[in-house]
Ligand binder design. Structure first.
Ligand code: FAD
Length: 404
C-alpha cells in the first residue's frame, strides 16, 4: 500500500474493505469457473455492479456529494481502487465516463447538464464515450474536422467522423469535440457537445483488435441534430474543455501500475510457477521491470500528493504513463518467452495483457508526444517548429502544402 494513510484515510479504507467483504458475492465473475461469457450479459452485470459500488461509496470518490460522489480526495480514490483489487472483484465499467467525462461536466457543464447526466453516469445506468479522435486528428487533436453548424433556430447540425471510440457500441451519450468556426486559428474554433448515441444520423461501427475484443469503434455523424443548449463549457471554448478531460485522462493512466494492476509480484509469481527463477537473465530482467514499476508507483504518489493539495500535476504524469506501459510490455515479453505459446492461449491470464498493451502506447497520448512534452517542459529543450500559430483553420492546408 505504502500510502501512509492518515486516520481519516485509514477509516475510509476500513469502511471500503468491510463493504466489499459484505457485497463481493454480488460482483460479476469475469474469469475462471462460472465466468459470464455473453458480451451483453457481461455489460449488464458490470453496469449493475457499478451502481452498487457507487452506493457503497467506492465510485465517484472525488465527485462532489451533490452529484452522488463522496467529496473525498484522489488518495481515497486510489484506496478504493486498491481495496477493489484486493477483494478480487471488477471495478466500474464506465471508467472513461466517471473518471474523465463526468469531472469535465462538473467543471464546465451547466447546472441542468449536471442534474440530468451525472447521476445515471455514476450508477452505470447510462454509459458514456469520448468522441475526440478522428482519422486525421489524434496526437494533433485540435485539427479535428467534424463540423457543427448553427441552424436558424439556434440548434446544431453535426457532420463528420470519429475513430477509436471506446465503448461507443453500448454508450448512451458521447462527449464530442467539434469545429464550430473554421475561420479562426484551430484551437479557437472548437466546441464540446453532449451527443445522444441513439440520435438519428449516428452510426457506430466496431473495430476488432488483435486481442479479439472490439472495444472501440468508428462513429459517423450524418446531419445529426442537437439542441441549442447541447454545448458544454460555451461555444468556442472546446479546447479549454477538452484540456480538462485530457488532464483527467493523463492522471488516470499516469498513476501507473497502481490503477492498471501491473504488479511486479504478480509477474514474479508467474515466473516462479514456471520454474524460471533459476535463470539469472530472467531474474535480472524481472529486477529491472520491478525497479521501474516501483519507481513509477512513487512518482504516481507524488502526482497524488500534488492533486490532494489542489495543484495541477505537471508532465510527470506523462512520464509515468510511458514508463508503466513500457515496463508492462517488457514483463509481457518476458512471460511470453518463459511460458511459450501458452502465454497467448485464450485461458491464459496473460493473453489479454500481452495483446492489449501495444495499443496502450497510443491511448492517452503516444510515447513520442509525451516524450516531446517531457523534453520541452521538463528538460527545457527547444519547442517543435509550428506552422499553425495564428493561422485560420480553413487556410492551414494551403500553408502546409506550400511548406512541403
Ligand atoms: C486502446 C485505445 C483506446 C482509445 N480510446 C479512445 C477514445 O475512447 N476516444 C478517443 O477520442 N480516442 C481514443 N483513442 C485514440 C487515442 O487518443 C489516439 O490513438 C492518440 O491520440 C494518437 O492518435 P493517432 O492514433 O491518430 O496517432 P497519430 O497522431 O496519427 O500518430 C501516429 C504516430 O506518429 C507519431 N507522431 C505524431 N505526431 C508527432 C510529433 N509531432 N512528433 C513525433 N511523433 C509524432 C505518434 O507518436 C505515433 O507514433 C484510443 C486509442 C487506443 C489505442
Amino acid at each position: 500500500m505504502d500510502l501512509n494513510d492518515t486516520p481519516e484515510q485509514a477509516a475510509y479504507r476500513a469502511r471500503a474493505r468491510a463493504w466489499l467483504q459484505e457485497n463481493r458475492a454480488q460482483a460479476p465473475v469475469l474469469s475462471g469457473p462460472g465466468a459470464l461469457t455473453e458480451e451483453a450479459e457481461i455489460i449488464a452485470a458490470r453496469r449493475k455492479w457499478q451502481g452498487r459500488l457507487a452506493e457503497g461509496g467506492l465510485a465517484g470518490v472525488t465527485w462532489p456529494e451533490d452529484y452522488g460522489g463522496q467529496g473525498l480526495g484522489p488518495v481515497e480514490q486510489v484506496i478504493a481502487g486498491q481495496e477493489i483489487s484486493r477483494a478480487g472483484v471488477p471495478g466500474i465499467l464506465d471508467a472513461i465516463g466517471v473518471g474523465m467525462l463526468g469531472p469535465t461536466i462538473i467543471a464546465h457543464g451547466s447546472e441542468e447538464q449536471k442534474a440530468r447526466y451525472l447521476g445515471p453516469m455514476l450508477h452505470g445506468e447510462e454509459v458514456w464515450c469520448q468522441l475526440f479522435s478522428e482519422p486525421a486528428a489524434g496526437s494533433d487533436l485540435a485539427a479535428i474536422q467534424t463540423r457543427a453548424r448553427r441552424a436558424e433556430d439556434g440548434s446544431w447540425v453535426l457532420s463528420g467522423q470519429k475513430v477509436w471510440t471506446t465503448n461507443a457500441q453500448f454508450a448512451s451519450f458521447g462527449l464530442l469535440l467539434a469545429r464550430t468556426d473554421p475561420d479562426v486559428p484551430k484551437h479557437n474554433g472548437l466546441t464540446m457537445f453532449v451527443v445522444p448515441m441513439d440520435a438519428p444520423g449516428v452510426t457506430v461501427r466496431g473495430l476488432r483488435q488483435i486481442s479479439g475484443e472490439a472495444e472501440f469503434n468508428e462513429v459517423f455523424f450524418d446531419e445529426v441534430h442537437l439542441p441549442a443548449d447541447a454545448d458544454v463549457g460555451g461555444v468556442g471554448n472546446g479546447w479549454r474543455t477538452a484540456l480538462t478531460t485530457l488532464m483527467f485522462e493523463r492522471v488516470t493512466i499516469g498513476l501507473g501500475g497502481e490503477g492498471l494492476g501491473y504488479d511486479p509480484l504478480r509477474f514474479a509469481r508467474a515466473l516462479l510457477a514456471a520454474g524460471a527463477q533459476r535463470d539469472p537473465l530472467v531474474r535480472k530482467r524481472l529486477g529491472e521491470i520491478a525497479a521501474e514499476l516501483t519507481a513509477v508507483r512513487f512518482t504516481g504518489y507524488r502526482v497524488l500528493t500534488a492533486l490532494q493539495q489542489g495543484q495541477i500535476p505537471g508532465p510527470e504524469a506523462g512520464l509515468a504513463k510511458v514508463t508503466t506501459v513500457n515496463s508492462a510490455i517488457a514483463a509481457g515479453d518476458l512471460i511470453a518467452e518463459v511460458l511459450g505459446p501458452d502465454a497467448l492461449a485464450s485461458e491464459s491470464e496473460w493473453a489479454y495483457m500481452i495483446s492489449f498493451l501495444p495499443g496502450l502506447k497510443s491511448a492517452g497520448g503516444t510515447e513520442e508526444i509525451l516524450r516531446n512534452t517531457i523534453g520541452e517542459r521538463v528538460l527545457g529543450l527547444p519547442a517543435e517548429p509550428r506552422l499553425d500559430k495564428g493561422v485560420p483553420f480553413s487556410e492551414l492546408r494551403a500553408k502546409e502544402t506550400a511548406a512541403q
